[in-house]
Design a protein around this ligand. Structure first.
Ligand code: CA
Length: 278
């Protein structure tokens, strides 16, 4: 545990912040270098000050495993306009991670001034889901499979925690990642009453993996509300900023580390995590 200038232990959450701030400083001074080896090795040296021994890595789905957010944004805008709701692509990114039905109820209340039932919100969400599925299937991000393989091979469990409630979702996750994941390690919108940014879904992800302590988990997230949920669950939270929002939106929520994409995270992984040999 590092000590501050008065030789007192630095609380863990501040310690994380320090790591993060260090990386952001690198980024600001050397923006063009952000993806090259030099900057990632400096970042690695620093982040390795906190060595993690995780038992489970909990991945968010949209924007982390799949490059699906552009399609989601289109489906949101198109479906909500049918209900007289002004919803922009930017709104889709800003509300990403929350349960769709919660987002819909909030927008209906704000813009139409009425409270709608969960069932009504679900019917509206079904329209959004239909548009989403009419589009081409979103691809898996490069690096996801090798990262999962690396994690699994060292005896660490893999879970997926999503605010999404599309019905065929579990099937697709198992088709794509069945080698690393089973259905008992998936948390969806239907598993929790309070979606992200509440910590509930990530805590349930730990529970499903039989992991009792948040200190034994790692969250991988791309959205501000998702990072807030991981941090609220007191789990070490890695942000992968795969969308158009500025890094600062993720920093403000308390992300412990930030990467541009999963490939960068894959490269840095061994420096962040120490394995307990299976
Ligand atoms: Ca996401």
């Amino acid at each position: 545990m590092p000590l501050n200038k008065n030789n007192l232990p630095i609380p863990i959450y501040l310690w994380h912040r320090e790591v993060l701030i260090f990386k952001i400083v690198i980024d600001n001074t050397n923006k063009t270098d952000r993806t090259n080896k030099e900057s990632s090795s400096s970042e690695l040296k620093n982040s390795s000050r906190r060595v993690l021994f995780p038992k489970v890595v909990l991945f968010d789905m949209d924007g982390v495993l799949y490059n699906s957010m552009p399609n989601h944004a289109v489906a949101w805008v198109k479906s909500m306009s049918e209900f007289g709701i002004h919803f922009t692509a930017k709104d889709a990114y800003a509300t990403e991670g929350a349960r769709g039905i919660d987002t819909i109820r909030q927008y209906v209340k704000n813009q139409l001034g009425k409270d709608i039932s969960l069932d009504e919100a679900q019917r509206m969400y079904n329209v959004k889901t239909r548009y989403f599925h009419e589009m081409l299937e979103a691809p898996i991000f490069p690096g996801v499979i090798p990262l999962m393989r690396k994690i699994k091979s060292t005896g660490i469990q893999i879970g997926v925690v999503t605010g999404s409630g599309q019905r065929p979702l579990i099937k697709r996750l198992l088709d794509d990642f069945g080698e690393f994941l089973d259905k008992d390690h998936i948390v969806t919108a239907y598993d929790v009453k309070r979606g992200k940014p509440y910590p509930d879904s990530y805590l349930m992800g730990l529970e499903k993996a039989g992991v009792l302590s948040p200190a034994e988990g790692i969250v991988v997230e791309n959205a501000p509300l998702g990072v807030r949920a991981g941090v609220a669950a007191q789990i070490f939270t890695i942000a992968v900023n795969s969308g158009p929002l500025p890094d600062d939106d993720l920093v403000k929520e308390g992300a412990n580390l930030i990467f541009n994409n999963i490939m960068e995270l894959l490269t840095a992984w061994d420096g962040i995590v120490k394995y307990i040999e299976p």
